[in-house]
Design a protein around this ligand. Structure first.
Ligand code: SF4
Ligand code: SF4
Length: 165
């Protein structure tokens, strides 16, 4: 676990859905105050309180990976079997900038033998990075509104073995 704090980031308050508020993904939460953060922090929903993106959890990811700088939120899914790269639809190619693309492809290659996957998300559309350096377009695979499961769940040994270094 890292000692990091979100600071002025707040990207998950846009990109991630919050079931308790019926806040859809990819729209700003009505309680988010730019440069100030959550306007209802003390009483924010449990889902918000429990959510932590991978940048927050993993100090190996430097400040370039902070979501408001990178343009995407990294978060684990399916019990840690998947790393989701949740892009801001206004910056759909942000993941291709250095150093992100090479690193994400490295994780996909390193994790493949253990059945781990890196998924690139732009809204409802998804691409899976292949271990050989390509990507497979999985198409529109999300329902119109989905509330992403907020979870700190990580793979066993969590935060150290995935993403691999
Ligand atoms: S995206 Fe990560 S760093 Fe940014 S506010 Fe959400 S949890 Fe914090
Ligand atoms: S309630 Fe607060 S923490 Fe939750 S999404 Fe809205 S602004 Fe972010």
């Amino acid at each position: 676990m890292s000692d990091r704090e979100c600071g002025a980031c707040g990207q998950c308050c846009k990109l991630i859905g919050v079931r308790e508020l019926e806040k859809a993904p990819h729209v700003w939460c009505r309680y988010y105050k730019r440069d100030k953060g959550c306007g209802i922090y003390e009483v924010r929903p449990q889902g918000c309180a429990e959510f932590a993106c991978d940048w927050l959890l993993d100090e190996r990811l430097d400040d370039a990976w902070r979501p408001d700088r990178s343009g995407f939120v990294l978060h684990a899914g399916q019990g840690g079997r998947v790393i989701n790269v949740e892009l801001d639809p206004t910056q759909p190619t942000a993941w291709r900038r250095a150093p992100f693309e090479a690193t994400l492809r490295g994780w996909a290659a390193a994790g493949a033998a253990d059945g781990l996957e890196v998924l690139i998300w732009v809204g409802r559309r998804c691409w899976r990075l292949t271990p050989s350096g390509g990507e497979i377009d999985l198409g529109v695979v999300r329902p119109a509104v989905e509330f992403t499961s907020h979870s700190r769940l990580r793979r066993a040994g969590s935060g150290r073995d995935w993403p691999p270094t």
